[in-house]
Each structure stands twice: as structure tokens, then as C-alpha cells.
Design a protein around this ligand. Structure first.
Ligand SMILES: Cc1cc2nc3c(=O)[nH]c(=O)nc-3n(C[C@H](O)[C@H](O)[C@H](O)COP(=O)(O)O)c2cc1C
Length: 246
């Protein structure tokens, strides 16, 4: 086994060599990125926002398949709201404070931010957006016309990144997790990401859409496109979503 892997497993095994920020009395990092004062915000319909036919969960799980080709029809804003709620929706902020969301997270650390490459959503111009989870709103990051092409290139030219209706990009804010768990938190970040994407698969399936999880990407390039430093904050997982072809 390469030394680096042995080292990672050792350094992240319990008991840890070094105390966490929390155990040293350091303040808890913010619960979420806050949109800037001059951010352009878009209201999202109140979740769950969509009228669902009764869902047969075993059937839905059986039916789920990865989908990489999508119908040209856009998603509605209500459908996008539903998918955001299902993946990162905040149900409650406790007095501690921590957020309780629609997905589980180690220690309720919820260390992800959701960025969205919007290609086809009714009433929303294409571009890169941030999901402000506490406000349940979208904040415009950039509408530069080449943003889809740049993100697709950074995802090793996987065409579904720009053929999707929406491509989700989950960014890990490491300190939110390591504050409690130290280096072991890096294991938990990757476990947490799986729950988020699985909820996206199932929620999308329930509204006639399909998803492709995506973890083959050029790390340096995606972090640059998303505007994160790649160390304290880094892209951890992507997923493309679109309507099923008839
Ligand atoms: C962690 C992970 C990473 C993946 N990365 C990619 C990817 O980069 N590109 C892609 O087209 N599919 C990707 N997939 C989708 C898998 O190829 C797909 O889930 C697998 O072929 C099984 O098919 P199914 O999801 O239809 O059951 C990924 C799936 C997972 C869980």
C-alpha cells in the first residue's frame, strides 16, 4: 500500500494524536456560507414545493439508474427547490446552534455548500449559483457565458455536466467538520457526501428525473472554477440532473 494511504489511515484512526478545535475551546465555525450584502438572491418556492404522486419506495429504489442523457425540457424552479431541500434542506436550527437537515451528517456538522451550474431551469438565467441553505434561496455567483464549458472541461469533459438541466457541485468546508473531529473529519466528509447524493438520486427519480454522480474530475481545475482554495474548502462530489427522455 502506498505510504500516503497508510499514513492517512493511521493519522485518522481513533484515538487521534491531536486534540480538535472544539476540545481546545475554539469557537465553532459558521453553520453556512452567508450570501454577501450585495448578493443577487432568487427566492425558491417553499419546500417540498412539488405535488408528488404517492411514492412506492421499494419500486423507486429498484428503478433508480444512473442517467447521463437528458430530455431538453427544463426543470421548474419548484422542482429545483425540492431537490435542494432533499439534499441539504435545513429543517431546524438548534440552540447550540447546529442545523438539522434532510440528510444525516456526522455530529450534525453539515460541512457542505451546494453550488449549482444551472443550464435549464425555468425563469433562471444559466450560470453558477450558490444555495443559501439557511435562507432557502439561490445567490448568483456568476453568469459568465463560458462557465458551463469551463466546469465541463474541469470535469474531464464529461458532456453531461453541460447537457444536464442542473449540475450540483458539493464543496466541503473542512473546518466545519474538523473543528469537532480533527483529522478524522476527512473520513466523515466523504461519508456524508454519499448520503447527500443518494437523496438526490431518489428525489430526482420521484419527479421523473435522473442523476449521474460524478467524482472523476481535475481537482485543481474544479476548485478554480468554483472559486475555492482546494485546501480549506474543496469540491468533493458532483451530480448531474435532468428530465428523463420520454
Ligand atoms: C462515487 C461515485 C463516483 C462516480 N463518478 C462518475 C463519474 O465521474 N462519471 C460518470 O459518468 N459516472 C460516475 N458514477 C456513476 C457510476 O458509474 C454508476 O453509479 C455505476 O455505473 C452503477 O450504475 P447505476 O448507478 O445505474 O446503478 C459515479 C458513481 C459513484 C457512486
Amino acid at each position: 500500500m502506498p505510504d500516503i494511504i497508510t499514513e492517512f489511515m493511521k493519522k485518522t484512526s481513533l484515538p487521534l494524536d491531536e486534540p480538535s478545535g472544539e476540545s481546545q475551546g475554539l469557537p465553532q465555525p459558521p453553520l453556512a456560507w452567508e450570501p454577501g450584502e450585495d448578493a443577487e438572491l432568487i427566492d425558491l418556492p417553499e419546500p417540498p414545493a412539488v405535488q408528488l404522486a404517492p411514492v412506492d419506495l421499494p419500486k423507486l429504489i429498484e428503478k433508480r439508474r444512473t442517467l447521463r442523457r437528458y430530455a431538453p425540457d427544463p426543470l421548474t424552479l419548484a422542482e429545483l427547490s425540492y431537490l435542494l431541500w432533499a439534499t441539504q434542506g435545513v429543517k431546524f436550527v438548534t440552540p447550540r446552534p447546529v442545523t438539522l437537515r434532510t440528510v444525516p451528517s456526522a455530529g450534525a456538522r453539515h460541512a457542505f455548500e451546494t453550488l449549482l451550474l444551472i443550464n435549464r431551469v425555468e425563469g433562471v438565467e444559466p450560470g453558477l449559483y450558490h444555495y443559501a441553505a439557511l435562507q432557502h434561496k439561490l445567490a448568483v455567483v456568476t453568469r459568465e457565458p463560458d462557465i458551463a464549458a469551463r466546469l465541463t472541461a474541469a470535469c474531464l469533459d464529461q458532456p453531461h455536466v453541460s447537457n444536464s438541466a442542473v449540475t450540483f457541485a458539493w464543496v466541503a468546508v473542512a473546518e466545519r467538520m474538523t473543528w469537532r473531529y480533527g483529522l478524522r473529519g476527512y473520513r466523515y466528509l466523504h461519508l456524508d457526501a454519499g448520503h447527500v447524493c443518494q437523496n438526490l438520486y431518489l428525489a430526482a427519480e420521484s419527479i421523473g428525473c435522473g442523476v449521474c454522480a460524478l467524482a472523476a474530475f481535475d481537482d485543481r481545475a474544479v476548485n478554480e472554477v468554483l472559486g475555492v482554495d482546494g485546501e480549506s474548502q474543496f469540491a468533493i462530489y458532483f451530480a448531474t440532473v435532468g428530465r428523463r427522455e420520454a
